[in-house]
Design a protein around this ligand. Structure first.
Ligand code: NI
Length: 178
């Protein structure tokens, strides 16, 4: 097992479309395990291939409340959804420490191939439904900030940049103090 590097905005790979996986090989199984380990280490609830620089349609999610409930999905696809929508405050490991309200379908049915190469269908609601939509968006090069108004998105990214600059300055100061 090894931890992968999570790419952050504005990395171009986050904007690309991931390609379908033809066969679930041991290599794919290993990547899924590494993605899960990376997600747990960064306290995320979901991670998509693009976020670790892999343009393959791979997603891991764990929305378990009391105990781990890992889900590994290959080629996930939304095949049905509710009529109703819900608003939820979302964040993303690729847009670190920034959050915003996003409206999504309240429940979705996702078809995917599991890590053993078997086709699965799963209907989800609540946080899991939101995470599934958020992660599948990643595979199509879409981020949660794309749902915000241009002004809100601009402010959020400006805030993120400001925090990055501050962190870089502090690191530099710490270095010169040594
Ligand atoms: Ni994300």
């Amino acid at each position: 097992m090894s931890r992968l590097t999570v790419l952050e905005v504005p990395h171009p790979v986050l904007r690309e479309t991931a390609q379908p996986v033809e066969t679930v090989t041991p290599e794919i199984q290993q990547i899924l395990s590494d993605m899960l380990e990376t997600m747990y280490a960064t306290n995320g609830v979901g991670l998509a291939g693009n976020q670790v620089g892999l343009l393959q349609r791979l997603v891991v999610i764990d929305c378990g409340a009391d105990k781990p409930e890992p889900i590994k999905m290959v080629n996930p696809e939304i095949i049905a959804r509710s009529e109703t929508r819900v608003c939820h405050n979302e964040g993303c490991l690729s847009v670190p420490r920034e959050y915003a309200d996003v409206e999504r379908w309240e429940s979705v049915t996702v078809r995917y191939t599991d890590e053993n190469g078997r086709e699965q269908t799963r209907t989800a609601e609540g946080l899991l439904a939101i995470a599934m939509q958020h992660e599948i968006d990643h595979l199509d090069g879409k981020l949660f900030i794309d749902y915000l108004s241009p002004l809100k998105r601009k402010l959020l990214l400006k805030h993120l940049e400001k925090r990055r600059k501050k962190a870089a300055r502090l690191a530099q100061e710490a270095e010169s103090a040594e």
